[in-house]
Structures are given as structure tokens and as C-alpha cells.
Design a protein around this ligand. Structure first.
Ligand SMILES: C[S@@+](CC[C@H](N)C(=O)[O-])C[C@H]1O[C@@H](n2cnc3c(N)ncnc32)[C@H](O)[C@@H]1O
Length: 482
């Protein structure tokens, strides 16, 4: 890009112009603006007008956001990102404070020690201060640490703080300085590989890594997190998927796998809905025309460090949504006028199977579809005819399912697997969709195309303060390549 234009863009940023306006003015992409901003200001921020001007210590009156209630189900959705205390959305890619607030309240108590090793502009630190937890925040970028210092520089009106906030530049892959088994909770939000760049040329910045390298590096972070967490302590991370060539890259599941490989067990797998996804107009028509879904969710995985030998419990089988008669109600009755265009489908408890079927058949089939188990699986091989969509409710029969899919799907045909996570007797979670994705990875004829979440509205809610109620299901969409 022309250097004069770059200078003008920097000037406009300093005046507080939005990226969208700058993009329109100079005909440049948002990615290009992001690159100029991170290089010029040393940090990825949306508003550079008052960037790092010294500001006086604030006094915060609002400790709890209005109407706040602890989340009780596995689908979390916050209409606004939250702007109580010193929270603001200026640091690109920062997380909604509702997320650390929920995690901190559920998995720590007052005076506990919480660590965020991807601390960014300090959202978790602000929540720890408001909720009276000790906090250590670490980030690879010194400018992010300056922002975090500013954001956590407040007093709480009428309260005398007896907890500490410590912020420092460091690398999440090496948490030297924090002793083994001394932390109650790690609560962190890593980059999603290279989707958003946080620094211009910082070697240790994991947002500079492609997927394969990111996964290897995040495993080092997972091992360090495991080391510092106390036995029976917790670690929560928020991570999203990516899209490459119209196919999803299941970065979320693959990251979770690395944390499990580091020794953690999985306690909860929560879906965080994203609200900035366009579901109308241009995006809707492109979603239909080019047959892809807009990514509209992230995964909040909550891990536990169990005492050695205390992992116990039986692994649950990969489970179907309804074991009594799984295909009852899975009929095409009715019509769907507007197709779902994002990865989160919100249906009510009574009609979700019908709405799933209608969406799948309308989007992926020209009329030749079968339900695995009802039509395909039970027929002798000689009677199997070619189809362009198989809808399967996963069970323990993945080998048979993939074999039927290979035989009967036409080239480009779709295998849709509907499943849900399962709670084991010992309270841990069996991540069914993740296990299916793991099992089919590397399959030479089926490639993953979409990872859809079906959120069931009006689902039963638990108030027991223990486990979170599982109220979502998944649909894994595979495309037959040859
Ligand atoms: C998604 S942002 C976190 C935002 C934060 N939750 C907030 O609300 O401000 C990811 C952060 O990870 C930091 N980061 C990248 N690589 C890192 C590493 N190796 N060690 C520590 N921090 C790193 C980036 O600088 C960035 O601030």
C-alpha cells in the first residue's frame, strides 16, 4: 500500500475514525487497517483517539451489572458485551466480561488466585478486582499490559481492597515465576490461531501461527496451565472455529483435545453465541448461494485438574439425542421459508427435530435423502440406492455409518450427524461431537464442512449450582469428496 495512504490512515485513526469509515474512504480492507494499526500503535485497538493518554484513577460504583444472573445452561448469549466498571470494547478481540464473571463466580471464591495468561487489556483482571480475587495477568505484548494496567486502575466505592492485581509481560508457554499447584483458576482467552493479529512482529505472539503450529504451541500453554493449577482447581478457555475454502476448521475441538492431552479432564463445554453475525441481506443470500454458514459461536471449555487416580467414572458412549425411539418425529412435515444461515440454530424443544430436518433437506438435498438407521442401515446392500443426503443420529455404529455413506452418497453428497454431549456419573462431560470429529479426521472421502449448534429454547434449567444443564446439540456436516 502507498505510504502516503498509510500515513493518512494513521492520522484518521488518531482522530477516532472507525475502521469501517476508513475502509470506505481509502478503499482498503479491514485486515489491511488492522496491520497498520498494530504496527503503528503496537496493539490492535479500534479507537486510537485517546490511546494511552494518562488517565486518573477511577472510582467504580457498579460492581455487579444490572440484572446479572449466573448462566445455568450450556448456551450463553449476551445481547450487549457489557460496559460496567472500566470495561470497554476498544481492545480488539477482547471477551465480554460476562464470561470471566460467570467462570470466576462458579469456579473460585473470594481471595482465591486467578491467572489469565492471555490477559490482553485486562477484562479478567477487572472482574477479579470487582469480585475480590487475587489476580495475575500475563500477556506477550507490553502495550496490552499498559492497557490492562489502566483498566484495572480503580477503587471500588465504599470497599477497601484486600486482594492483589499483578500484571506483567510474559509468555503463556512458560509461566515460570508461578509455582506448581498454587492457582485456583486459570481463566484465559487465547488468540484463535491467526484470525486476529495482536502484534505486528512479536515472535512469541501465538496470533502469528497457522493452525498446525498454533495447536502445538497451545499444548505447551495447556501443560503450563496444568502445572500451576491446584488439584481440583479449574482452567477455562474460550476458543472459536475458523473457515477455510468454505469449510470449517474445527479449531475449538482441536484446542480442547490439546488441553485434555496435557492432563486435564473436561467439566463443561459451553457454547457462547456471537451476536455480531449478519443473518440478513447480503450475508443471507451468500450463505444460500455459496452454501456455507456464518460462524456464530465459540466454545468455552472448563477443565479440572483431578487428583491422580481420581479420574474414575465410565466413559459414556457416543450418544444419540433420544435412545428410546430416536427417529420418532424425524419426518418432513411442513415447510421452511427462511433457511438458517449461521452455525447456531435456535429451535424450540417440541419442534427441533422437524426444523433440523427441514433445514438439512432444503439446504443439502435435491429430494434424495435418507435417515441412517431407518432407511439406509437396515437395507441389504443390494437395495441401497444413491442419495445426496444422509441424516444420522450418531450411536456406537460409526464404522457402519461411514461405510454406508461411502457406498450410497453421491459425489458432493452430505452426511449430517446429529449428536449431543453426555454427562457421566462422576459429573464429567463426554464431548460427543468432538469425539466424532476426531474419529472421522483424516477420512479420505469425507471432509468436514460445517459444525452446527442446535440450541433448544425452553429447555429445562438446573438451579442446583452444580453442573450446567446441557441444552444444545450438534450437527456435524461432512461432504463426500469423490
Ligand atoms: C483474545 S486476546 C485476549 C483478550 C482479553 N481476554 C481481553 O479481554 O482483553 C489474546 C491475547 O493473547 C496475547 N498473546 C498472544 N500470544 C501470547 C503468548 N505466547 N503469551 C501470552 N500472551 C499472548 C495477545 O497479545 C492478546 O492480547
Amino acid at each position: 500500500m502507498n505510504q502516503d495512504i498509510e500515513k493518512l490512515i494513521v492520522q484518521d485513526k488518531k482522530k477516532g475514525l472507525s475502521d469501517k469509515d476508513i475502509g470506505g474512504k481509502y478503499g482498503v480492507t479491514l485486515k489491511a487497517i488492522e496491520r497498520i494499526v498494530t504496527r503503528e500503535f503496537g496493539v490492535n485497538i479500534s479507537n486510537a483517539a485517546n490511546h494511552l493518554l494518562p488517565s486518573p484513577k477511577k472510582t467504580v460504583k457498579t460492581i455487579t451489572p444490572k440484572g446479572f444472573a449466573l448462566e445455568e445452561t450450556t448456551v450463553w448469549s449476551f445481547k450487549s458485551r457489557g460496559s460496567w466498571a472500566t470495561h470497554n470494547g476498544n481492545y480488539r478481540g477482547n471477551w465480554s466480561p460476562y464470561i470471566p464473571r460467570n467462570v470466576i463466580l462458579r469456579y473460585s471464591k473470594e481471595h482465591d488466585l486467578v491467572v489469565d495468561c492471555f490477559c490482553g487489556a485486562g477484562t479478567t483482571g477487572v472482574e477479579c478486582k470487582l469480585l475480590n480475587r487475587n489476580f495475575i495477568g500475563i500477556d506477550i505484548n507490553s502495550v496490552a499490559i499498559e492497557l490492562a494496567t489502566e483498566n484495572t486502575n480503580f477503587d471500588v466505592s465504599g470497599a477497601s481492597a484486600d486482594t492483589k492485581t499483578e500484571l506483567r509481560v510474559g509468555d503463556a508457554r512458560d509461566l515460570g515465576g508461578i509455582d506448581d499447584a498454587t492457582v485456583d483458576l486459570v481463566c484465559a482467552h487465547p488468540p484463535y490461531a491467526d484470525i486476529i493479529r495482536y502484534t505486528h512482529d512479536n515472535e512469541g505472539d501465538l496470533s502469528g501461527c497457522d493452525v498446525a503450529r498454533f495447536l502445538d504451541e497451545i499444548e505447551k500453554v495447556a501443560r503450563e496451565s496444568y502445572r500451576i493449577v491446584k488439584h481440583n482447581g479449574h482452567c477455562a478457555i474460550l476458543i472459536g472455529d475458523m473457515r477455510k475454502n468454505k469449510n470449517v476448521v474445527p479449531l475449538g475441538f482441536r484446542t480442547i483435545e490439546r488441553y485434555l492431552a496435557a492432563g486435564f479432564v473436561l467439566k463443561e463445554l459451553v457454547i457462547k453465541r456471537q451476536h455480531n453475525c449478519k443473518t440478513t441481506g447480503f450475508w443471507y443470500s451468500n450463505s444460500v448461494k455459496y452454501n456455507f454458514l456464518l460462524l456464530a459461536h465459540e466454545y468455552l471449555a472448563i477443565f479440572e485438574k483431578r487428583k491422580k487416580g481420581a479420574r474414575g467414572g465410565k466413559e459414556g458412549a457416543v450418544s444419540a439425542p433420544d435412545s428410546s425411539n430416536p427417529y420418532q418425529g424425524w419426518k418432513l412435515t411442513g415447510e421452511v421459508n427462511t433457511l438458517e444461515s449461521t452455525t447456531v440454530w435456535i429451535f424450540n424443544e417440541k419442534d427441533w427435530q422437524r426444523d433440523v430436518t427441514l433445514n438439512l433437506t432444503k439446504r443439502y438435498s435435491s429430494g434424495h435423502y435418507v435417515f441412517f438407521g431407518k432407511d439406509a442401515q437396515d437395507k441389504p446392500e443390494t437395495e441401497l440406492t444413491e442419495t445426496d443426503l444422509i441424516i444420522a443420529i450418531s450411536g456406537d455404529n460409526m464404522d457402519e455409518l461411514t461405510s454406508v455413506a461411502k457406498k450410497t452418497l453421491s459425489a458432493g453428497g452430505i452426511l449430517a450427524i446429529v449428536c449431543e454431549d453426555v454427562r457421566r456419573g462422576d459429573g464429567l462431560l463426554v464431548p460427543t461431537a468432538m469425539k466424532i470429529e476426531q474419529r472421522l479426521r483424516g477420512n479420505n472421502t469425507l471432509e468436514i464442512k460445517e459444525l452446527i449448534v442446535v440450541s433448544i429454547e425452553n429447555a429445562r434449567k438446573s438451579n442446583d449450582g452444580g453442573s450446567i444443564e446441557i441444552t444444545h446439540k450438534y450437527i456435524l456436516i461432512y461432504r463426500k469428496t469423490t
